[in-house]
Design a protein around this ligand. Structure first.
Ligand SMILES: [Mg+2]
Length: 303
């Protein structure tokens, strides 16, 4: 584990460096506050910092304040190491944002134990961040298919409308509904139905452009948001998606199966609303069903 030592006193820097190495750490030394601050800005900055209070330029206390102001998700653990040992100094140091305070001359065993506390805190912090990331991923993704869930794809739609407003651009949404899906579930069971949904999602995902978004709207309904132009007729993105699904053979327990999808497409601009776009795509989807499935129907006019 890397530890940043910031101390303008070369003797105490050299001693601390040697001691930390002996304890199995990787010390990174900074000769003053400015150098320490530069190192702390880097992505690979050490998570634990031992800061001298009195340094020319940027003092240890000021570094603590700056670090806390950054409001980072993963702040470093800071131990202030200083000759100032008054109670009022300790209070000031902790108030400025230090996690711990050790007075010089320090007892080696005590410093080692306090570094151990810091390391435990950092480990806990990193486990919490991992758990938080996993939860926020879960909250935004559909458990079965791994793509965005309804909440997340609707958030994305609102963002794309805002973007279109800012760039005076356009966007399209395609509401996709797998044909005869109820029949698949009824005839082959829900496990087979789930496999079909996963295969369908993969098929669509593999045909999207980098900047398109795709999510499960509900049941067998999926939403594809395509910013900008999607082309028209047989060359359009949505037509390619429809054809791609129809051409895909999906392995099942009873041999390969195929799916078809109908897609209701609505085009909008930065002035569109989420509700109006969804309603227009839904109406087009309804028309696609009436016209005989396995087809793309465009709502008109553009909203
Ligand atoms: Mg000093």
């Amino acid at each position: 584990m890397k530890i940043l030592i910031a101390d303008d006193d070369s003797i105490s820097r050299v001693i601390l460096t040697a001691v930390l190495k002996k304890w199995g750490f990787e010390p990174v030394a900074a000769v003053d506050g400015g150098a320490a601050w530069d190192i702390l800005q880097r992505p690979e900055a050490p998570g634990l910092v031992i800061l001298d209070w009195n340094m020319p330029g940027l003092a240890g206390l000021e570094i603590c304040r700056r670090l806390r102001k950054l409001d980072s998700r993963n702040p470093p653990y800071v131990i202030l190491l200083t000759a100032r040992g008054d109670k009022s100094d300790i209070v000031r140091g902790l108030e400025a944002g230090a996690n711990d305070y050790v007075s010089k001359p320090y007892d080696h065993e005590e410093l080692q134990v306090r570094i151990g506390v810091g390391r435990r805190m950092l480990e806990l912090q990193s486990h919490l961040l991992e758990a938080q990331d996993a939860l926020s991923h879960q909250a935004a993704h559909d458990f079965l298919t791994g793509i965005f869930n309804r909440g997340a794809i609707l958030d994305r739609l609102a963002q794309e409308i805002s973007r279109a407003k800012r760039d005076q651009g356009a966007l399209n949404i395609g509401m996709c509904d797998i044909d005869h899906f109820k029949y698949i579930n009824d005839a082959h069971g829900h496990q087979a139905g789930d496999k079909m949904l996963v295969a369908f999602a993969r098929c669509i995902q593999g045909r999207l452009r980098d900047y398109d978004s795709f999510g499960r709207y509900g049941g067998e309904e999926f939403l594809v948001i395509a910013p900008g132009s999607v082309g028209h007729g047989g060359e359009s993105l949505y037509e390619r998606l429809r054809a791609g699904v129809a051409d895909t053979n999906i392995p099942t327990n009873a041999g390969t199966a195929s799916l078809t999808v109908r897609i209701g497409v609505a085009a909008g601009t930065g002035r569109s609303t989420v509700d109006a776009l969804l309603a227009a795509a839904d109406a087009a989807l309804y028309k696609a069903k009436a016209d005989g499935r396995n087809r793309v129907v465009y709502a008109s006019p553009s909203l």
